[in-house]
Design a protein around this ligand. Structure first.
Ligand SMILES: C[S@@+](CC[C@H](N)C(=O)[O-])C[C@H]1O[C@@H](n2cnc3c(N)ncnc32)[C@H](O)[C@@H]1O
Ligand SMILES: [Zn+2]
Length: 351
């Protein structure tokens, strides 16, 4: 059937999005594709782009149609021959029909590599990192949020070599775990990946990383989050030896990336570009633009604090007027703040 996503007309199979469909298309992921377009427009330079898991080719079609000014070349690929037939109807460029790793190993260097798999991007990290040019951008989607966000702990350890934590900022922890894993893989090839943008969507996380060469010592920003489930206090530490809080050992997540999740200047530009790309991402992009300015690990959920301390949930604007912080896009009624934990709880209690 024919439909319009963004401003691009595409042909996709009918039916609910499942792995078994003729060629995979999920309209909910339109948001993620729109953010990608806004981000590439914000970077504002011509790029050689790889779409190794292209599905119907909707991403490449939209990039070509809605951000042609940043496209030097796009090459599509999908292992599913039926998907490739859809790509050919939607995208008038090169398309291959092979394994994504083979594709990435045999097409030279790319300025933008978009890994949008079923589940985890881990099986494609090695080839993606190798094919990335200096200054190039690696985009990763992960839909295996059970592993990254702590409901499948063993899967997280196996795939991402880290301990997740199932709490109110579990998705942020998952993103930080994914970032570190990508950084470890890239470092094998003398490459440094620095996160420049990320967001949480419905059942997925999305991260953009920039390759900044061999010189960046990013490992110094790998560490652990220590969290107390009893009082909600959290701390970032280099070591994973749990200290005690509220008469019990704190829970530990990591190793993970403890540095910034966004380039705040870029995030502001993305919010401006979002207005031109897709009105349904404007609010998200603006919230992230504000959030990107606050260099803090972990968000605070107002309902969570309220239930812990048996208090009413305050109005968000009122609470924000009492602290140094902003709304977080990671969860409704949540804030990102650089205020120390004690001051935050004190402010909460005065409302
Ligand atoms: C989540 S879908 C991609 C959706 C697409 N990027 C979009 O924006 O609509 C994942 C795609 O990867 C393809 N795929 C899965 N494993 C693959 C592999 N090893 N090599 C190449 N393609 C693969 C599937 O056929 C499927 O089309
Ligand atoms: Zn405590």
């Amino acid at each position: 059937m024919e439909l319009i996503e963004g401003t691009t007309r595409i042909i996709v199979p009918q039916g609910k999005p499942t792995k078994r469909m003729e060629a995979f298309y999920n309209p909910l992921m339109g948001i993620q594709r729109s953010v990608t377009i806004a981000l590439l427009k914000s970077l504002g330079r011509k790029m050689r782009i790889a779409d190794p898991l292209a599905g119907t080719g909707v991403r490449a079609a939209r990039l070509m149609n809605e951000s042609s000014e940043v496209v030097k070349e796009i090459i599509c690929n999908d292992a599913n021959p039926n998907a490739v037939e859809y790509v050919k109807q939607n995208f008038f460029g090169r398309v291959e029909n092979t394994d994504a790793n083979v594709f990435l190993h045999s097409n030279g260097a790319f300025d933008f590599v978009d890994i949008d798999p079923f589940g985890s991007p881990v099986p494609f990290l090695d080839s993606a990192c190798q094919s990335l040019s200096l200054g190039g951008i690696l985009a990763l989607t992960a839909t295996d949020t059970a592993a990254l966000a702590g409901s499948a702990v063993q899967a997280c350890k196996r795939k991402y070599w880290a301990m997740p934590l199932n709490n109110e900022y579990k998705h942020e922890t998952g993103i930080r775990i994914l970032i570190r894993k990508a950084q470890l893989i890239a470092s094998q090839y003398e490459k440094s990946l620095v996160p420049i943008y990320c967001h949480l969507g419905t059942h997925y996380v999305r991260v953009f990383l920039r390759e900044e060469g061999a010189v960046r010592d990013i490992f110094k920003q790998h560490g652990y989050i220590h969290h107390c489930f009893r009082c909600l206090k959290r701390e970032v530490k280099q070591l994973n030896v749990p200290e005690r809080c509220c008469n019990a050992p704190m829970s530990v997540a990591g190793p993970l990336w403890t540095g910034r999740l966004w380039d705040d200047v870029l995030a502001k530009t993305v919010a401006v570009e979002a207005e031109k790309v897709d009105e349904s991402i404007i609010k998200l992009a603006r919230t992230i633009a504000d959030e990107s300015a606050v260099d803090a690990v972990g968000i605070y959920s107002l309902p969570k604090i309220a239930s812990k301390y048996k208090l009413a949930v305050p109005k968000m604007d009122l609470f924000l007027s009492k602290i140094t912080g902003v709304r977080s896009h990671f969860a409704k009624q949540s804030v990102r703040t650089t205020d120390p934990y004690d001051r935050l709880i004190e402010a909460f209690k005065t409302l």
